[in-house]
Design a protein around this ligand. Structure first.
Ligand code: UD1
Ligand code: UDP
Length: 379
C-alpha cells in the first residue's frame, strides 16, 4: 500500500506529523507532498525539524495568492504527482486550500481520500475554511473524525456511518509527545527567552490570523482596545505574517507594539510555542488548532470569533466565544484572571479530543480498508 499525504500550512504539518510518523513506523510506503502555501522558515521548515518528520518528497511551491490562483496551482501540481506516484489513498487534513485542491484532484483520478479532521462545521459559508471542509467531505472515502459531535454533522448530511471513524484529533498526539520533548530541551528562540516568562505572573498568549478578523479594521480595533485594558498581564503575541501585514496596512502595528505589556514576537516553532502556551494563564485566539490545544493543556481560552467549528470546547467549559467585542473580551478575561474558582473550572474542562492515540486509530482503519479491498472502490 502507498499513502500520499498532502499538507501545506503550519497546522497541517503539526497535525499530520503523528500520522506520517505512524506510517513510517509500520513501514508502509508513503510520500509527503507540500503545497508550499506556507513557505517562511518559521511557518514551515521549523515544524519539520521540531516534529522530527521526513522532509517532503515534493514541494510544489504555490506560495501566496488569491484563492483561485493558489487552489488552481495546487491542483496542477498535485495532479502531476498523483499521476506519477499512483498512491492507494491520499490524506488531506482540516480545511485549508490544500484540502480542497487535494480532494478535487484525487477524486477525479478515482483515488481514495482520507479526510483527517472531517465533519467540523461552523455553518458559516463566508469562511473559506467552511467551503473547503464541506467540499473535501463530498469527495472523501474515509472520514477521520475528532468527536461524536462532528460525526453527527456528517450523518445529518447523509454520509454513510460505515466510513466514519471517530479517532480524536491528532493534535493531542502531537501536543502530549512534544510538550515532554520541549520541557527537556527548554526555550530556544531568543525573543521568547529574553522575555523571561518564568518570572511573569499572568501570561496571556495571543494568536490571530483568521481573515474575517484581521482583514477587518473594526474587528482589529475592538481587539486592540481590549488588549489595552488588560495591562496587568503580559500579552505575548507571536504574530502570523498575514496579521503583521494587515496591522501595518491599517497603521495599527506600532500602536500595539508600543504597549509596554504587549510583546509582539515572530511566530514560534512548535516546541517553544508549547512551552509558552502551557505556561499561560489564558489563551486569546482565533486559531482552530489552538482552541483544541488549550483544552488539551488545561489552559482557559477565549476565542476571538462569533462561531466555532469546535463547539465541544465551549460545551466542555474550557472555551468562551468573545468575538472581537472589547467588552466581552475584557469582562471574560477579568473573570479568568481575578476569579480563581472560575479559572479552575475552565481548567478542569474535559478534553473532548481523545487520548493521544488518534494517529494509531487512523492508520489502523486505513490498513483495514486496504486489506478488505475497500480503497479500490471510490464510487
Ligand atoms: C491559511 C489557511 C487557514 C489556516 C492558516 C494557518 C486557507 C484558505 N487558509 O491561512 O485556514 O488557518 O493558513 O496558519 O487555506 N504569508 C507569509 N509567509 C508565509 C505564508 C503566508 O508572509 O509563509 C503571508 C502572505 O502575505 C499571505 C498571507 O500571509 O498572503 C496569508 O497566507 P495564506 O496562506 O493565504 O493564508 P493564511 O492566512 O496563512
Ligand atoms: N503554533 C505554533 N507557533 C506559533 C503559533 C501557533 O507552533 O507561533 C501552532 C499551534 O500550537 C497550533 C497551530 O500552530 O498547533 C495552529 O496553527 P494556526 O493557528 O496557524 O492555524 P489554525 O489551527 O487556525 O488553522
Amino acid at each position: 500500500m502507498k499513502i500520499a499525504t498532502i499538507l501545506g500550512t503550519r497546522p497541517e504539518i503539526i497535525k499530520m506529523a503523528p500520522i506520517i510518523d505512524e506510517i513510517s513506523k509500520r513501514n508502509i510506503d508513503q510520500i509527503v507532498l507540500h503545497t508550499g502555501q506556507h513557505y517562511d522558515e518559521e511557518m514551515s521548515d521549523t515544524f519539520f525539524r521540531d516534529l522530527d518528520i521526513r522532509t517532503p518528497d515534493y514541494n510544489i511551491q504555490v506560495g501566496s495568492g488569491t484563492h483561485g490562483k493558489q487552489t488552481g496551482l495546487m491542483m496542477k501540481g498535485i495532479e502531476k504527482v498523483l499521476l506519477d506516484e499512483k498512491p492507494d489513498i491520499v490524506l488531506v487534513q482540516g480545511d485549508t486550500n490544500a484540502v480542497l485542491a487535494g480532494a478535487l484532484v484525487a477524486s477525479k483520478l478515482h483515488i481514495a481520500i482520507g479526510h483527517v479532521e472531517a465533519g467540523l462545521r461552523s455553518f458559516d459559508m463566508t469562511m473559506p475554511e467552511e467551503i473547503n471542509r464541506r467540499a473535501a467531505d463530498v469527495c472523501s472515502t474515509m472520514y477521520f473524525i475528532p468527536t461524536a459531535e462532528s460525526a453527527i454533522n456528517l450523518l445529518a448530511e447523509g454520509y454513510s456511518r460505515k466510513n466514519l471513524f471517530i479517532t480524536g484529533n491528532t493534535v493531542v498526539d502531537a501536543c502530549f509527545r512534544h510538550l515532554k520533548i520541549a520541557k527537556k530541551r527548554g526555550i530556544k528562540e531568543k525573543s521568547l527567552k529574553e522575555l523571561n516568562i518564568d518570572k511573569m505572573d499572568n501570561i496571556l498568549t495571543l494568536t490571530m490570523h483568521r481573515a474575517e478578523n484581521v482583514d477587518v479594521k473594526e474587528r482589529v480595533v475592538g481587539i486592540i482596545e481590549a488588549l489595552k485594558e488588560l495591562d496587568d498581564a503580559d500579552i505575548i503575541f507571536p504574530i502570523h505574517p498575514r496579521t503583521k501585514n494587515t496591522l501595518e496596512k491599517f497603521g495599527l502595528f506600532d500602536e500595539l507594539n508600543n504597549l509596554e505589556h504587549v510583546h509582539i514576537i515572530k511566530p514560534l516553532g512548535y516546541l517553544d510555542f508549547l512551552l509558552l502556551t502551557s505556561a499561560s494563564t489564558l489563551i486569546l485566539t482565533d486559531s482552530g488548532g489552538l482552541q483544541e490545544e488549550a483544552i488539551t493543556l488545561s489552559v482557559p481560552s477565549l476565542t476571538l470569533r462569533y462561531n466555532t467549528e469546535r463547539p465541544e470546547t465551549v460545551t466542555a467549559g474550557g472555551n468562551i466565544l468573545v468575538g472581537s467585542d472589547r467588552e466581552a473580551i475584557v469582562s471574560n478575561a477579568r473573570k479568568i484572571l481575578d476569579n480563581k474558582n472560575f479559572a479552575d473550572k475552565m481548567k478542569n474542562a474535559i478534553n473532548p479530543y481523545g487520548q493521544g492515540d488518534s494517529a494509531k486509530l487512523t492508520v489502523d482503519a486505513i490498513e483495514d480498508y486496504h486489506a478488505r479491498g475497500l480503497l479500490d472502490i471510490v464510487a
